[in-house]
Design a protein. Structure first.
Lengths: 121, 108
């Protein structure tokens, strides 16, 4: 299994408080991703990183910020948590960008961390 | 952009064969992935198809038709441990787009 850990694994917090989730990898993969998973919506991309200090927004980025100061760590911050941010958060890593997958270029699966279950009361 | 559709739920009997379908629309095709996700766990990679046809891997096979925007995952000799959600995903730019997932329940 790819070496990916997430912390904390579970967190309960109150509306309006800041929350930071950490993703740590030991694979030295360039690309890292934060998803949230909710019933009826599947996995939705929040932010991703294509290198140290290089990040970009995903489909559901409002209310979230990220930082990547080292290859191995990707932090997700909820500036002021809301009940709508109650979810399961998954970090993922990949060696290459998905856009480079395809015929003659190999596959580029994403490997997922164990997830963080966040409850905002 | 990308759009992916899968059936929400399926039920099958232990020992049987089940086919889970995935239809997609995308402006540029870079392959299709299938993931398995047990309840409360992370998704894990199952298969990757980039050319038309069937890819077999033990009890699991995955099929792709690029012209039809269609893929399926075939699970043979179903076991209770195959009860899980199955997600198809297609690369889009620098990230993946995931389908909503199909929850498979295997009954004794």
């Amino acid at each position: 299994d790819a070496g990916i850990t997430q912390s904390p694994r579970h967190k309960v917090t109150e509306t309006g408080t800041p929350v930071t989730l950490r993703c740590h990898q030991t694979e030295n993969h360039r690309y890292m991703y934060w998803y949230r998973q909710d019933p009826g919506h599947g996995l939705r991309l929040i932010h991703y990183s294509y290198g140290v200090k290089d990040t970009d927004k995903g489909e559901v980025s409002d209310g979230y910020s990220v930082s990547r100061s080292k290859t191995e760590d990707f932090l997700l911050t909820l500036e002021s948590a809301t009940s709508s941010q109650t979810s399961v958060y998954f970090c993922a890593i990949s060696e290459f960008t998905s856009g480079l997958a395809g015929v003659g270029r190999g596959q580029n699966e994403q490997f997922f961390g164990p997830g963080t279950r966040l409850t905002v009361l | 952009g990308q759009n992916i559709d899968q059936p929400t739920e399926m039920t099958a009997t232990e020992g049987a064969i089940v086919q889970i379908n995935c239809t997609y629309q995308t402006s540029g095709f870079n392959g299709l992935f299938w993931y398995q996700q047990h309840a409360g766990e992370a998704p894990t990679f199952l298969s990757y198809n980039v050319l038309d046809g069937l890819e077999e891997k033990g009890r699991f096979s995955s099929f792709l038709s690029r012209s039809k925007g269609y893929s399926y995952l075939l699970l043979k000799e179903l076991q209770m441990k195959d009860s899980a959600s199955y997600l198809c995903a297609i690369p889009g730019g620098q990230n993946f787009v995931f389908g909503p997932g199909t929850r498979l329940s295997v009954l004794p």
